[in-house]
Design a protein around this ligand. Sequence first.
Ligand SMILES: Nc1ncnc2c1ncn2[C@@H]1O[C@H](COP(=O)(O)OP(=O)(O)OP(=O)(O)O)[C@@H](O)[C@H]1O
Ligand SMILES: [Mg+2]
Length: 324
Amino acid sequence: MSRIYEALQKAESERALDKRDREPRTPEQVAAPTPPSDFEPLAQTVVAEAEYEAPAPAAPVRPRYAAPAAATATNAPLDLSKIERRPWSPAFAQLPSLLHRGSAVEQFRSLRSRIFELRDVSPLKSILVSSGMPQEGKSFISVNLAFSLARHKNSKVLLIDGDMRRYTMHQILGCESQPGLADYLAGKAGIVEIMQRAEEMPPTDSSNQPAMPNLTFIAGGNGGDKAADLSGSPRFGDLIRQASPYFDWIIVDSSPVLPVSDAVNLARFCDGVLLVARGGVTKFPIAQRAQSELKAAKVLGFVLNAVHEPPQVGDYYGYDSTNE
Ligand SMILES: Nc1ncnc2c1ncn2[C@@H]1O[C@H](COP(=O)(O)OP(=O)(O)OP(=O)(O)O)[C@@H](O)[C@H]1O
Ligand SMILES: [Mg+2]
């Protein structure tokens, strides 16, 4: 029996108990990556269930983008000083990785450490995050992993919303969704045009601001029913190749692999794929099928998301993010 199977079963039975024992439940924890038995051994991180409230509605986003004339792919160096700074209004309740301390910070730090270990073995910069089915936590893991990486030694991180059908990352960051990846893939915008960074924000009690300036974001744009075709475009490969020299990490959120093929297409251009399974929800055969759909890509392992009572190692050591 594989570790992912055991972990999913355990999370499922814990959840059943939890439902009986406490109503309403506290928000879920992110759990650890655990490879199925035939996986490359990878990250086995347990991210504790984030103590957060129901996702706060993101700030209303005001579309103000007018599509520019058609842009063609070039190999010219990117002038990142031209990236537009925009007002972001992050939904901090969905960004536990930005807290100063606590189990969620520790769990994402643990996931980050696993990824560093993998990078020591073979080149790893661009990571696609996917899962078998919708609502397993791909976007939650992507954005929190991106911030966790950005907090480490001021790493430069590019976060891409690669789910051009149900793009939600801009809601978590509280920013505009266009122009975005779909506009670039359709040849309607250039790489720097679709990138955005946060304007300086006043510090809040719940956030650790230093991560924000290190994060560059590409929203989903609006692929609509063209998303399948767009995701197959070689322009995505150009984007990753041209952006790579400027960033330490590129994290790509994506759509689920079983209903649609978009993520499989995007994975071809990424160094590795992190699969998400949701504790108490994702069935083992679904996790297996997701892995098998991505057999052409390098599957790094699973993150078991939204489990209860993960290890409290960080609490024991009193880990504080200011030490990062
Ligand atoms: N560890 C967690 N703790 C609490 N809530 C979570 C956790 N992970 C995800 N969620 C919540 O579950 C919902 C689904 O998560 P998310 O949007 O990240 O899933 P997804 O796999 O990206 O979904 P989709 O396939 O629709 O894009 C969101 O409301 C999110 O805030
Ligand atoms: Mg999503």
